[in-house]
Write a protein that binds this ligand. Structure first.
Ligand SMILES: NC(=O)c1ccc[n+]([C@@H]2O[C@H](COP(=O)([O-])OP(=O)(O)OC[C@H]3O[C@@H](n4cnc5c(N)ncnc54)[C@H](OP(=O)(O)O)[C@@H]3O)[C@@H](O)[C@H]2O)c1
Length: 306
């Protein structure tokens, strides 16, 4: 999301391609080989930047799993910001992504957000056509809860293999949903109410969970906002202390916390900085202990568990 320059109609410039190249080289060097795109990122320029890179260095395309998303439309002459998961829009969006990325296939296509007007049978037809044509290998969703996955899944002949959700130490409603389910503390996080069963559905049905916002945009690893809550400040300080003790970057501690969960969550890191990409990869070298894990969880939620 952070590639391709600004979110405006300016043309892609050489510096955007160079930034993508530096980040991808760092990622591959650190063992990270999944690229998360969306048709809307920097209005298509993020995909364009990587497409230009694949044209220059075609072997890079074969070294990565390329995923993109469709379904969000920004306000235009025809209407306001809206979601569209019609068959026509899904297929149009994939064609445009393939062109921008200079590739003949996406390894994964995710439906970016649930569209209240979605007709699952239509989505199924679009998926089947794209798959038959060899344009998309696997399909998944983003920002959908368990019941939506079940409803959609009943119409599809191809499995949903990924669900991408906001999950981090800063956004831990996915845990609150389970830990406070049978306790008055459940009232403290209304957003958790949408979660029950989503984690378990994904685990039970082999749907890979991907976490967006996994670095909490830096808020807990060096970029604490001026108006941070006491819980945020305490969590950031604890992340720093654990990082120092373990000889790791704070970013790696955040990701190690997420990856310690048995769901084997894949963090989607939004950094464009090669040094930070390498720092993130340190997370795979350490399995966090239960005590650190709970200390961080308690600090982030701002009070003791029930
Ligand atoms: N499915 C969805 O609806 C959805 C929504 C949002 C995002 N996404 C995907 O998930 C990815 C990650 O999400 P995200 O970008 O929101 O979150 P993120 O990975 O939590 O944050 C990345 C941002 O935080 C900055 N950052 C991280 N650690 C920092 C630190 N210690 N100090 C200073 N800055 C720091 C990075 O800057 P630098 O580049 O300078 O490192 C970058 O701008 C996106 O790129 C996108 O692919 C998906």
């Amino acid at each position: 999301m952070g590639f391709g320059g600004a979110w405006n109609g300016d043309a892609l410039v050489e510096g955007d391609v160079a930034r993508a190249e530096a980040a991808l080289d760092a990622a591959l060097g650190a063992g990270i080989a999944v690229l998360d795109h969306a048709d809307i990122y920097t209005l298509g320029k993020a995909e364009q930047a990587f497409g230009a890179l694949f044209q220059r260095r075609p072997s890079l395309r074969e070294q990565v799993l390329l995923q993109s998303k469709c379904g969000i439309r920004f306000a235009d002459a025809a209407g306001p910001k809206r979601y569209e998961l019609s068959a026509a829009h899904i297929e149009r969006s994939v064609e445009a992504s393939l062109q921008r990325l200079h590739t003949d296939r996406l390894d994964l296509l995710l439906l970016h957000r649930p569209d209240p007007l979605m007709q699952p049978a239509e989505v199924a037809e679009a998926f089947a056509r794209l798959h038959r044509a060899g344009k998309v290998r696997f399909f998944g969703t983003s920002n959908m809860h368990a019941a939506q996955l079940q409803w959609l899944g009943r119409h599809l002949s191809l499995p949903l293999v990924v669900n991408q959700l906001e999950m981090s130490l800063a956004q831990h409603d996915w845990l609150e949903a389970g830990t406070t389910f049978n306790d008055p503390q459940a009232m403290a996080s209304p957003r958790a109410a949408a979660w029950p069963g989503t984690l378990e559905h994904c685990l039970a049905h082999g749907v890979q969970l991907q976490a967006w916002g996994a670095l909490a945009q830096g808020r807990l690893s060096g970029r604490l906002p001026a108006d941070a809550s006491p819980a945020q400040a305490k969590t950031a300080a604890l992340v720093g202390r654990i990082a120092q003790r373990q000889g790791l970057a704070p970013e790696a501690v955040l990701l190690a916390w997420l990856m310690r969960h048995p769901a084997q969550i894949q963090p989607v890191i939004g950094t464009a900085d090669p040094a930070r990409i390498r720092a993130c990869a340190q997370a795979t070298a350490w399995e966090m202990g239960r005590e650190d894990w709970y200390a961080l969880y308690e600090a982030a939620r701002g009070r003791e568990l029930p």
